[in-house]
Each structure stands twice: as C-alpha cells, then as structure tokens.
Ligand binder design. Sequence first.
Ligand code: TTP
Ligand code: MG
Length: 420
Amino acid sequence: MRRQVSCAGSETTIIHIDMDAFFAAVEQWAHPELRGKPVIVCGDPDGRGVVSTASYEARAFGVRSAMPVKEARRLCPQGVFLSSHLSDYAAISERLLEVYRRYTPVVEPFSIDEAFLDVTGCERLHGDAVAIARSIKEEVRRHLGLTCSVGVAPNKFLAKMASDMHKPDGLTVIQAEDVPRVIWPLPVGKLYGVGEKTAGALASMGITTAKALAEVPVEMLTARFGVMGRVLHDVANGIDSSPVDPGVWERPKSVGRETTLAEDSADEEALVRHLLSLSEQVARRLRKHDLVARTVTLKLRYSDFTTLTRSHTLDDFTCYDEDLYRAAVELFRSNWTRSRKVRLIGVTASTLAPSHDYTCQLALFEGPLSHERRRSLASALDRVRDRFGEGAVTRASLIDIAPRRRPGDGYGRDKSRKGG
Ligand code: TTP
Ligand code: MG
C-alpha cells in the first residue's frame, strides 16, 4: 500500500470490509447442518497441510489459520474438517463486490474477502458512511448468508484497523481524533503493515507501542528503516493518504509460460531443465505484478499432439521459483509417460492474490530463508535477468535439484504467452 503524507482535515470516508471466517462461513451457508459447528477448512484435511481458516466455533478451541492440520485435529477432535472449494469462494467474492458497487464505484478488492470502498460524497444517495456500512452488512447477510466486519474511517489504514477491532460481525468507526485513544495503546506489531521483523527491530530500539513509535522523530525512523521509516511514522499517527484504487484488481487470472521444444524430446533431464526455466519466468512475472499464486499447472503436449494438463494446489501462496518448480517437477514425474516424446511443455500459476495480503503471513513460516530474504534475493536475481537475460543466473539451490545446464542444450522458443 502506498502511504504518503497526512490527509488530516480531508473529508474522505473509507469503508473496509472483511468477511468473517470467510471460507468456513461459505461452507456453513452451503451446508446448513454445519452451522454452529466447529468447521475447519484446509487444503487437504487428511494430509500434512495447514488450516486455511476455522469457523469462530472452532477458534474457541484455539484453531487458527496457518496452523498444521494435525495440530488443529489435536485441539478440536470434534471439528468438521473440509477441503477448500476455492472457485466457490471466488464466485462469492465477485458477488460481494457487486453488492459494494451498488453503493460506490470506487471499490478496491484487497483480497478474496476484503475490500476498501471510498464512500466520500455518497451520503446524499445512501446516507452517511455508518448507514452505508449497516446497509451493506444487512444485504450481505440476507442475500449471501454471511457476516462481515466493517471499519469506517478517514483513510484506508484506519478503516483496515477498525474492521479488525470487533470481529465477528463488527462495525467500528475510527475518527482522526480517536487515534491517541484507540491506536496508540496498541503494540507496534498490531499496526497493519508492521511485520514481525520490523516489530523486532523497533523493540530493540525500545519502541513497543504505537504511541512510542508516534513520538519518534520521522528522521530517526528514516535513518534506520529508509522509506519504510516514513510509513511507520505515518501509521503510528493514523495517517495514510493512499487512494482506494478500483483498478488494482485488473490483473491476470493466471500467469503461464510454455515452450515448444526445438526438437521433440523424451530426455527427462532436459525436460526438467525446461521446467526450471519456465518456473523461473512465471515466478518472476508474479513478482513483477506483486502477485502470489497457489495453484501450479503443468502442461505437456506429446509428439502426437495429445495434451495433458495437471494441477497441484500448494499449501500456501507463493511467488518463488523454487516453490513453482518443485510442484511442476512433481507433477511432471508423476504424470509423464516415460519414453513418450514431448513436443511442448508449460507451467502456469493460478489462484492469484495480491502479494501484500500474504507477506505478513508468510513470515510466520520463516524457515532457513526468511520471506524477506527470499524476496530480496528474488528481486536481486530479477534485476540481473532484466539486464543480462533469462539464462543469466540460476539459483544454486535449484541447480542442486535440477540437472546442470550443459553447453549446447538449447532452450526452445517461447511460442505462446498467457496471462500478464
Ligand atoms: P482472513 O480474512 O484473514 O480470515 P477469515 O475471513 O477466515 O477470518 P476473519 O477475517 O474473520 O478473521 O482470510 C480470508 C480467507 O483467506 C480465509 O477464510 C481463508 C484464506 N486464508 C488462507 O487460506 N490461509 C491463511 O493463512 C489465511 C489467513 C487466510
Ligand atoms: Mg476475513
């Protein structure tokens, strides 16, 4: 999110809407017998994946998003564990946007279940922002059977903070003058956009609350955090001038690359190397558009033109070469009929979401390489490839799992390009 200078004194009114326990609530609406029960939606209820979301009934047992399914089963053995139906949730998400657009054309979808609405100047038609918020909540409940939590505020940051304050089914108003009372007592890590790492860095400077952060001279913050310092200063003071951008969602539904081989091939090593190159290109494209993807699709066309596509849903969203590559290779190894010559090979990433939604969450899964380090490494590689071409660098970690490229192994030409 872009944040610049204060918009204090402006008349802007923003609404942020976040559906409650979205995936689980959709399942409960579709299956009335699940209402009131602890419902846990996950990629693979029997596998080693993680929880996508849990109904509030299940949250009472301590079940949370991103928790391993195994752990959720331990906490809530009586829970109803379901696999996710992403296309259903996406369809509901579209219907929600249609509702919002009846109140204002300035609607920015922010994730599958969140949106910002700029309702400045809509009062004459629909009443004040709180009346609009109530009316939207009522319409969503009546037509889609879902509850949502709504924040009303003079800017996006405060509206986002507000919607989270009284979940589920909340309606919270934050005015500019409320900032010292409602924002300042919060730990810095609770401020939207302040990740674990930044909160840790602030703590090492003795800054643990929003109030303490608000009192630090902005120059000191920019000296320590660069441009992020200004953002920190602004959010601690409840300042955000980023506009609600209805165009931000005009993004591809999928990002794919495929290549027709210079010669039909049944050489496993060579085919896997193509998958590496294609995965790198797709991941790079995702990053360029600030997207993350959760589905990886492999496409193989054999010499006789029969075509096979197989998809795999990842446990989590990603924009990294290695995640796409691993999934693509796994699909390839389990679906390719050995010895059948391949004419065309392709990798597509779909189930896309804007990356800012998942940045904080990914930090929770920090492995040997933290999200921030992966991200900065990936963008450094992107810069090298921008300058010297796609083949200029390959991640050492990927070379370990991919056969090395040998001189003379020409990559095929990119014949068709899909998506962004
Ligand atoms: P959230 O809005 O973060 O969560 P939620 O709607 O389930 O619950 P609430 O807003 O009431 O706290 O995310 C929206 C959906 O995105 C969620 O229903 C499932 C999906 N999701 C994941 O798949 N993995 C995750 O780690 C998170 C946080 C969400
Ligand atoms: Mg939600």
